[in-house]
Design a protein around this ligand. Structure first.
Ligand SMILES: Cc1cc2nc3c(=O)[nH]c(=O)nc-3n(C[C@H](O)[C@H](O)[C@H](O)COP(=O)(O)OP(=O)(O)OC[C@H]3O[C@@H](n4cnc5c(N)ncnc54)[C@H](O)[C@@H]3O)c2cc1C
Length: 423
């Protein structure tokens, strides 16, 4: 096993590129096939929780992450009136051995790409190759690709195929042809960034409102000299009975007028939501979707990772983190197992149930549940929140989510990283 094993990674997003780096660190030489013709830093903010930064640190990327992102030291939940429901330390401030870093998704993707090309060579990523189909072979797989122009790009034989092709995964569709579209919970997200001269809550993530109307903000770039901050923000609105958009597109342009009305009075000391919306660059509109957990990820020598395996609601900040952990776990097991089949089985055994639980917990609002409880039990600014929502209940919600999502501080610090036990 090792360099001679032919591994195809389908998709050069966060999961696929981390898989390529991890497989390389484990002694393999995979090739990534990416549908887009030219890489571009798309998206807005994402969070990397300590169980992901630990793995990226093992790949030697922590200094780069700190250069392009912002260390997050606190998470604060507010009511729609700006009253504090819950506050907790995050990242190193919470005693984790690794930081929590908020970063622009596109900048993270470009960093991972740069490292793949540097470490694996310029031919390790083939752009303009969209996977269309594949067939199992004796002990392997044959994959077929097309370019953006629809012209066939030929076939490729491999010992293992890793599907990191996102929420609309063509590989997943082949295994589950009747699954259909992702599931929408009737919440629409408007996502953007705003450049602020300063942000009064450095290193802090703010979550305000409840599951029918929510505002989320956190810094993803901060100039240490001037304090100028690029603030990532999201407005969520639930519209009962709305039509599911034809297809979820991360880059669909959103209209600020759809949110300025509903959020007109969302102003609290230090935060003026309408002003932030007004200062936005391009706004993107996206439905909050996920998919049901699957009974099986691995078929022969093909397996799923990241959003192809377990797309989840952006609640609890776990999407990119879990994709990174999948990539690391897969490389680890392929390296350690007695053969590829055993490695794929060990990967799925470790990751499938674990991520299914997070998908389901996010459907039930995950840690944001505390916001709905505050809204239900103390909807008016004058209501006695402390009497109606005991602090111990809030603490239990936060702790339970961390346990399920794999970032309970003590357990995480005690667990070895996938790299530590690799060789
Ligand atoms: C353009 C874009 C913008 C995003 N913006 C945000 C954001 O702002 N905030 C956020 O929280 N999450 C965002 N996401 C989603 C986020 O990246 C994922 O939820 C998470 O990081 C898991 O990553 P992934 O690699 O599994 O999936 P993705 O990041 O979605 O990557 C999948 C990759 O596979 C490629 N691909 C798809 N089909 C094929 C095919 N048939 N053949 C070859 N390649 C294929 C895609 O082009 C993409 O590069 C975005 C995703 C994309 C694609």
């Amino acid at each position: 096993m090792g360099d001679a094993t032919r591994i195809i990674v389908v998709g050069g997003g966060i999961a696929g590129l981390t898989a390529a780096l991890s497989l390389h660190a484990a002694g393999f030489r995979p090739t990534v096939f990416e549908a887009v013709a030219r890489p571009a830093p798309l998206g807005v903010g994402i969070n990397l929780l300590p169980h992901a930064t630990r793995e990226l640190a093992a790949l030697g990327l922590l200094d780069d992450l700190r250069r392009i992102g912002v260390d997050i030291g606190a998470l604060v939940y507010l009511t729609r009136y700006g009253r504090e429901i819950w506050r907790e330390p995050r990242g190193s401030t919470a005693g984790y051995a690794w930081p929590q870093i908020a970063v622009h998704r596109g900048r993270l993707q470009m960093l991972l790409l740069e490292k793949v090309l540097e470490r694996l060579g310029a031919d390790a990523v083939r752009f303009d190759h969209a996977l269309t189909d594949f067939d199992p072979t004796e002990g392997g797989v044959n994959a077929r690709f097309v370019g953006r122009d629809g012209a066939p790009r030929g076939g490729e034989a491999a010992d293992v195929l890793i599907a990191a092709d996102g929420i609309h995964s063509a590989v997943r569709r082949k295994f589950y042809p009747d699954e259909g579209l992702p599931k929408w919970n009737q919440v629409t997200l408007w996502r953007s960034t705003a450049k602020l001269r300063s942000y009064p809550f450095p290193g802090t993530m703010l979550w305000a409102g409840h599951s029918r109307q929510k505002f989320v903000a956190y810094p993803i770039e901060q100039d240490p000299q001037t304090g100028e901050t690029l603030l990532n923000w999201i407005c969520d609105l639930k519209a009962d009975g709305g039509e599911m958009p034809a297809r979820e597109d991360w880059n669909k342009a959103g209209d600020p007028n759809d949110i300025l009305g509903p959020f007109a009075n969302w102003r609290w000391p230090g935060i003026d939501v309408p002003e932030i919306i007004g200062a936005a660059g391009g706004i993107f509109e996206f439905p909050m979707v996920d998919r049901d957990p699957l009974p099986r990820w691995t078929f022969g020598r093909v397996t799923l990772i990241g959003d192809a395996a377990h797309p989840m609601y952006p609640i609890g900040s776990n999407g990119a983190t879990q994709a990174i952990i999948d990539a690391r776990a897969l490389a680890y097991h392929l390296r350690r197992a007695s053969g590829m089949d055993a490695g794929l089985s060990a990967y799925e055994a470790e990751r499938r149930d674990a991520t299914s639980r997070i998908v389901l917990m996010n459907r039930a609002q995950g840690p944001d549940k505390v916001m709905d409880l505050a809204q239900d039990r103390a909807p008016d600014p004058g209501d006695d929140l402390d009497a109606r929502l005991p602090h111990s209940e809030r603490a239990a919600i936060a702790a339970e989510y961390k346990k399920v999502a794999g970032f309970d501080p003590a357990a995480l610090n005690a667990k070895p990283s996938y790299a530590a036990v690799r060789d």
